[in-house]
Structures are given as structure tokens and as C-alpha cells.
Design a protein around this ligand. Structure first.
Ligand code: ADP
Length: 367
């Protein structure tokens, strides 16, 4: 029997087009946020603009057929609703009530080591005794499963207070979910827009994250729909921006900081991480070669925005080798581990300072 999970349903519904628009019912925001799965039964609501929508019956049929194509045994119940003129948002239960601090690990540019930093930081925090979750939201290249040795992990759900929730995988004391668990990483590029945003929301709202001191989110590089979805779904404690000292990376990091600082987004930038700051040969751990950019280039960017440089991580070949083998380097006694553990200390200090001086970040309300 095919196991039902929320992304399978949205994936199926994303193939159902509203006649005459060329858009799917997902793209037209017609799926209510209420997918319920119980064994082989699934129910959800499709919202129509008018109660007399001429395509209602045929769309409901197509929606059921699209799900049965993927899960033939599924018992499908589709409710319908009519879109209301936007009323004042009803007071909803807070998202992730047990999570104390939510930190987005971001970067302006891909390939600067954002995921590497997110993974090693998560493991370092867990080793210090904090309860930690890591959500890999990098739709362009979800690499967290590989770095934690969790590739091909099968996800399970269980019931919490009458709701079926995804159980995060766990490795090295960190609860892990990745958009890569829901999709084949090679097809990640087509997962843009509404589908990716829906999948991300499900991994946040319909997963059993429980009580966490730190919930880290490995963001896609740059700025994207995913960033907007995230700040609309959660009030972020802050973001850490990872960059290398190269000019191109710094220029993109500047844009990333500006986005989080934008008055409409308003997410505190907790600090920068200077990754691949210098090259240190394994046999000569005391030597430093500045291969990328100049020494101090990241400090200049930090000074420009009045944010700290939380850590400098040397370029060491073993960092990548450990990531590839599914065991983050922070677990081995190395100079790299020292740098990531230092980052963990600096981050906890920066978060504590932020929480003392600033009110909780508001979710972004748009539309
Ligand atoms: P991003 O998430 O920014 O795209 P990744 O974390 O995937 O970047 O890193 C890109 C590549 O650089 C990977 O092969 C990774 O192993 C390697 N890498 C990252 N940081 C370091 C480092 N400090 N030393 C050596 N290799 C690194």
C-alpha cells in the first residue's frame, strides 16, 4: 500500500489545472491548509471563489483521480468551501509553541558553505546539551540528508492531540527534516513556487518538532519565494549570514542582509560567518593561506551593517569529506571542530542578547 503523506497529496493536486487558466489548483491557492491523513484515508478542502463555480464537479473528480493515480487504495474525501472576503485573521494557535529560538542560516550565494555551517552548528549545539532541530529548506540542493547519513530516509507519522504529524528523523542528537525527503533531489529545480512553499509549510506546521531550544533552518541561497513563505509562517528569532571573503560572495551577502533588514521583513541579523576564511593544510594546522579574497574582507561587511562576525571557519579538505560521509566534522577533534564549537557559543550569546534587547519578531502579513 502506498503510504499517504501531505506532500504526495499536494504533488497530485498540483497536476490538476483549473480550466482556461493554465494554472493548477495549488497555484491558484485553492487548497485549504487542512490536509488530514489517517491510514489510507485522506480529507482536505478545495476553496472556490463562488459557490456556483461551473467547474466544481469536474475539478473534484480530477483531484480524486490525481490522488488515486499515485495511491490507488486511498479513500479520498474532498470538502468544498467558498472563499471569504479576507476577514480579520482569527486568533490561531501559535506555530511551533515548544520552540524557543528559530534561526535561519542564509547566504547570498550558493556554494559558500551555508549547509555545512548549518549542519555542524546544529550538531555542536546538540553536543552542548541543547535540544536542536534542523530543517533543510534548500530546494535548490537539499544536502542535509547526505551530511547526516540520512539519505533515502523513510518518514513516518504519528498522532499528537488528534493530528497526524511527521516524525523528524534523528542523527547526532539533532531532529532533522529535509525537503529532500519529500522530493527526488534531481527534480528539486521544478519545485519552485507554490509547491515548494506548501512542502516547506508542511515540514514546519505538520511535523512533531516538540520542545526545541534551537530550530535552525538551512535556507536556499539568495532571496526566493521560500524566504517569503518562511517569514509569513514563523517569527524568526534571527538569521546568520554565511559568506566567503570573495568579492562576489560579499556582494550577494550584502543583498541578503538588506532583504532581512527590509522594513517589511524586519528579521534581526545575528551575525556573519566567515567561511573558507583561509586555507590550512592538514599537516600544518598553524599555517594560514588567504586564497579567497583578503583577510578582513568579511569584517568590513560586518562593520558596514554593525553586526558581529560570529566565527571564522578555515578551508580544510576534511570538512567536505566528512560531509560526504554523513558524519559532520564537528564530531572529530580538529581545528574545524573548534571553529564550529566557537560558532555555537557565539550564536547562543548573540541569541540571548537579541532576546534581551528586542521584542519577538512578528510574522510578515501580506496579501
Ligand atoms: P551551500 O549550502 O552554501 O551551497 P555547501 O555547504 O553545500 O554550500 O558547501 C559547498 C561545498 O564546499 C561542499 O562541497 C562543502 O563540503 C564545501 N565546504 C564548505 N565549507 C567548507 C570548509 N570550511 N572547508 C572545506 N570545504 C568546505
Amino acid at each position: 500500500m502506498t503510504t499517504l503523506y501531505p506532500a504526495l497529496i499536494t504533488e497530485a493536486l498540483a497536476t490538476v489545472r483549473y480550466p482556461g487558466t493554465g494554472k493548477s489548483i495549488i497555484e491558484m491557492d485553492m487548497l485549504e491548509d487542512d490536509i488530514r491523513i489517517n491510514g489510507d484515508s485522506v480529507s482536505f478542502t478545495i476553496i472556490f471563489d463562488k459557490p456556483t463555480d461551473p467547474f466544481k464537479a469536474s475539478l473534484l473528480k480530477s483531484a480524486e483521480a490525481a490522488i488515486k493515480l499515485r495511491a490507488p487504495e486511498a479513500r479520498v474525501t474532498i470538502n468544498t468551501a467558498t472563499r471569504k472576503a479576507a476577514p480579520a485573521a482569527p486568533a490561531k494557535a501559535p506555530v511551533l509553541p515548544g520552540v524557543r529560538n528559530i534561526v535561519a542560516i542564509s547566504s547570498g550565494k550558493g556554494g559558500v558553505g551555508k549547509s555545512t555551517v548549518a549542519a555542524n552548528l546544529a550538531v555542536a549545539l546538540a553536543a552542548e546539551g541543547y535540544s536542536v532541530g534542523l530543517l533543510d529548506a534548500d530546494i535548490f540542493g537539499p544536502s542535509v540528508p547526505k551530511m547526516f547519513g540520512l539519505e533515502g530516509e523513510q518518514l513516518y507519522m504519528h498522532e499528537v492531540n488528534g493530528q497526524n504529524l511527521i516524525i523528524p528523523a534523528e542523527a547526532y542528537g539533532v531532529k532533522v527534516l529535509s525537503i529532500g525527503f519529500l522530493i527526488d533531489p534531481s527534480s528539486a529545480a521544478v519545485w519552485r513556487g507554490a509547491m515548494a512553499s506548501n512542502a516547506l509549510k508542511q515540514l514546519i506546521e505538520q511535523a512533531d518538532w516538540g520542545e526545541l531550544d534551537y530550530f535552525l533552518i538551512d535556507m536556499p541561497p539568495g532571496t526566493s519565494d521560500i524566504h517569503l513563505t518562511l517569514v509569513q509562517t514563523l517569527g524568526l528569532t534571527g538569521t546568520v549570514v554565511v559568506t566567503t571573503p570573495q568579492q562576489v560572495a560579499l556582494a550577494d551577502a550584502r543583498k541578503g542582509i538588506a532583504m532581512f533588514r527590509d522594513a517589511k521583513i524586519n528579521v534581526p541579523v545575528l551575525g556573519l560567518v566567515d567561511n573558507m576564511a583561509w586555507f590550512t593544510p592538514e599537516k600544518h594546522p598553524d599555517e594560514r593561506y588567504f586564497l579567497f579574497g583578503r583577510e578582513g574582507a568579511v569584517d568590513e561587511l560586518a562593520a558596514e551593517f554593525d553586526v558581529p562576525v560570529l566565527a571564522r571557519i578555515p578551508l580544510v579538505a576534511a570538512v567536505g569529506e566528512h560531509s560526504d560521509s554523513g558524519r559532520p566534522i564537528v564530531l572529530e577533534p580538529t581545528v574545524s571542530a573548534q571553529a564550529f564549537i566557537h560558532l555555537a557559543h557565539e550564536l547562543t550569546d548573540a541569541v540571548a542578547k537579541r532576546n534581551e534587547t528586542l521584542p519577538p519578531t512578528e510574522k510578515v502579513h501580506t496579501k
